[in-house]
Design a protein around this ligand. Structure first.
Ligand SMILES: CC(C)(COP(=O)(O)OP(=O)(O)OC[C@H]1O[C@@H](n2cnc3c(N)ncnc32)[C@H](O)[C@@H]1OP(=O)(O)O)[C@@H](O)C(=O)NCCC(=O)NCCS
Length: 159
């Protein structure tokens, strides 16, 4: 058993010109890349194995992040199932000149630890400690059900 705290990853990035679009806003794809890396590190820290992204749930961009802003990304495991692990990621924008901060995105991603042949490996179980961790742990089972059901429905629709 491992605690969520052991899987926490904090990533800090400065938004540079190459990360932005014509309006000087951070590209959504660049942010998704950073989110994926932070979440993968959480899954790998928890499992001690190489992990691949199995899915990314809806990710919304609630406010623009501008050139020169600092992006803080925090990722943490919410629950481990048989071989899959759910990771929760929060993104914060900091304007370093004005000292203001705002949460701009959150997302849930699923990772699977694999061996050298790409075969899924069992994941160590997670023991939530705080009230917030316990709520996310319980909710993770519901999110997983919804994810798997949506996958099956899509498959059935395509025949
Ligand atoms: C993810 C992957 C390892 C699953 O392998 P698989 O042969 O389908 O194995 P299984 O069917 O036994 O599934 C393994 C686990 O993954 C979960 N899973 C598989 N596909 C999933 C998806 N799309 N979303 C969420 N979970 C998924 C299963 O529910 C299962 O979880 P559990 O063991 O905790 O019950 C395989 O699909 C893969 O390698 N995908 C490519 C990963 C990758 O390259 N990612 C980068 C994207 S560019």
């Amino acid at each position: 058993m491992k605690s969520p705290e052991e899987s926490v990853v904090i990533m800090t990035e400065l938004v540079l010109p190459n990360d932005t679009n014509y309006l000087g806003n951070l590209l959504g794809g660049r942010l998704m890349h950073w989110v994926d890396i932070a979440a993968a590190l959480s899954a790998q820290r928890h499992s001690g194995k190489v992990c691949v992204t199995a899915s990314v749930d809806e990710i919304s961009f609630n406010e623009p992040i501008k050139l020169g802003h600092v992006v803080h990304i925090r990722s943490v495991l919410t629950r481990a199932f048989r071989t899959s692990m759910e990771v929760y990621v929060e993104v914060w924008r900091e304007d370093p000149l004005h000292g203001s901060r705002a949460r701009t995105s959150e997302a849930y991603l699923t990772f699977v630890a694999i061996d050298q042949y790409g075969k899924p490996l069992p994941a160590p179980q997670l023991e939530p400690i705080t009230d917030d961790e316990k709520v996310r742990f319980e909710e993770a089972a519901i999110r997983r059900e919804n994810r798997l059901r949506a996958r099956e429905t899509m498959k059935a629709l395509r025949g």
